[in-house]
Design a protein around this ligand. Structure first.
Ligand code: FRU
Length: 497
């Protein structure tokens, strides 16, 4: 097998060549979803950061475009965001041709080498041709460094409730909130986060937006905060907070504060490979969905994974919802519905009573390197339910539910090449559950070298990558100590030709 055949995903975005990390500058305009990303085109490890660029009409098939932003004398172009300035508040364009305005962090490597603290500041750039080419603002930086070493990753959004541009950025152990009228001059409003949530590492790549609570016309504000290290299963991961915003200050919802007391932190994904994820701007004019994408890797080993030509891919873009259950708020995720357009074959099985180890599907029916599977489990007891994808070389990736010890898991110990980083698969990844259940719905999307598992309608997600020595060939389930049922099994073969 070539590297491409073995490891290049079928439908997750990867750069043709070179290094990629965080998604940046996500916006929708004129029929296209834009994805920019931290990119070093000259090597397969991190280096002087550029913004790479790709576009899609459906969030599934991506076309890579020329590099959008190059580093310059002021520094590397670190993570940031973009908005469509429909009313031309910035004056960079016109009402007829509204400018796309991006804000990014300038990271000054020269100052850094000299040992300075004030090495990160915020700059803006605009595009008058739908993000294809950009002009950096001559008066950059628009936000100077306030003598803080970590001061980065501005995420802008139009706050339609308080009629202002809003921006959040990560400042070490907290999030700073800013407002603006013209996207050029920014006023610091408040900060949030000291001694709240997880602080096992530095805070990075925030996102902040209001969301309607599913099935109601009330809304709450959601704050996403990535953190590295300190994730629930090691390395980098993204936590979230839910509360209210009065136009200046963010305060936690009381039920969410209660949840934090019990759990310390809540995470949008408990797997090890979903980091620095943020949402698309300018979507509401289309269909009101909240759309998210994350970087499908982990700073612990991102620069060591066994691909050479390129490194890293994005998660599947996901639709985010805010749900309220028994007075508690949670965010939930599902793969974008557009994935359905790529289903080339569907295999359905009604009710399977599982009394022994059972092969659910094998490669004579579907290509297991691109499938979307759903099923419901019922009659669950205090037992361990393990699903596995495996090949004839004995490589296997397992996931499932341990109801004895109350956790969901992914186990990649025997998934293929795990030698490139000591801790890649030493431990299984887990997420504990507190509420008991005897039924559970599961959705799992497989793309060659990644698994994305959505439990409980997407309220608990686990995303991980793996590197098998040949493609996976069978999907099976273990025998429990007690019989149980798999219902409404739907196996969707995906096709991208
Ligand atoms: C997160 C991050 C950001 C920074 C970027 C640099 O992965 O560390 O905080 O802007 O990567 O590439």
């Amino acid at each position: 097998y070539t590297e491409e055949e073995l490891y290049r995903p079928n439908f997750h975005f990867t750069p043709k060549k070179g290094w990629m990390n965080d998604p940046n500058g996500l916006f929708y305009y004129n029929g296209y979803y834009h994805l920019f990303y931290q990119h070093y085109p000259d090597s397969n490890v991190w280096g002087p950061m550029h913004w790479g660029h790709a576009i899609s009409t459906d969030l599934v098939t991506w076309t890579e475009k020329p590099i959008a932003l190059y580093p310059d004398a002021k520094g590397y172009i670190f993570s940031g965001s973009a908005v469509v300035d429909l009313k031309n508040t910035s004056g960079f364009g016109s009402l007829k041709n509204p400018p796309i305005v991006a804000m990014f962090t300038y990271h000054d490597p020269v100052k850094e080498k000299a040992g300075a603290v004030d090495i990160q500041s915020q700059g803006i750039a605009y595009s008058l041709n739908e993000g294809l080419t950009w002009t950096k603002y001559e008066a950059n930086p628009v936000i100077k460094n306030p003598n803080l070493k970590d001061f980065r990753d501005p995420k802008m959004t139009w706050d339609n409730i308080h009629k202002q541009w809003l921006m959040v950025l990560a400042a070490g152990d907290s999030i700073f909130f800013y407002a603006s009228k013209d996207l050029k001059s920014w006023e610091l409003l408040s900060d949030f986060g000291k001694n709240i949530g997880a602080h096992g590492g530095v805070w990075e790549c925030p996102d902040f937006f209001p969301m309607l609570i599913d099935g109601s016309d009330e809304y709450k504000w959601v704050l996403l905060v990535s953190i590295n290290p300190g994730g629930p299963n090691g390395g980098s991961a993204t936590q979230y907070f839910i509360g209210d915003f009065d136009g200046k200050h963010f305060t936690l919802d009381t039920s969410f504060s209660q949840d934090l007391k019990e759990k310390k932190s809540l995470w949008i994904d408990y797997g090890r490979d979903n980091y620095a994820g943020v949402t698309w701007s300018n979507i509401s004019e289309v269909d009101g969905r909240k759309l998210f994408v994350g970087w499908m890797s982990n700073w612990n080993y991102a620069q060591k994974v066994p691909t050479q030509k390129w490194r890293s891919s994005m998660t599947l873009p996901r639709e985010l919802t805010l749900v309220k259950e028994d007075g508690h708020y949670k965010v939930a995720f599902q793969p974008v519905r557009e994935l359905q357009n790529y289903v080339s074959k569907t295999i359905k099985k009604e009710t399977l009573k599982i009394t022994k180890k059972t092969v659910l599907i094998d490669k004579s029916f579907v290509d297991l390197s691109k499938i979307d599977i759903r099923f419901n489990l019922s009659n669950l007891k205090n037992d361990v339910y393990t699903f596995s994808l495996s090949n004839s070389l004995g490589n296997t990736i397992e996931f499932g539910i341990n109801k004895k010890d109350k956790f969901f898991f992914i186990d990649r110990k025997k998934s293929g090449d795990i030698s490139f980083y000591d801790d890649f698969a030493k431990q299984i990844s887990k997420v504990a559950f507190t509420k008991d259940f005897d039924k559970m719905d599961v959705r799992v999307v497989i793309d060659k070298t990644s698994i994305e598992v959505f439990y409980d309608n997407g309220k608990t997600v686990m995303t991980e990558v793996f590197f098998p020595k040949k493609p996976m060939e069978t999907f099976s389930v273990n025998k429990g100590n007690f019989d149980y049922n798999i219902e409404n099994l739907i196996i969707n073969q995906l096709n991208f030709n």
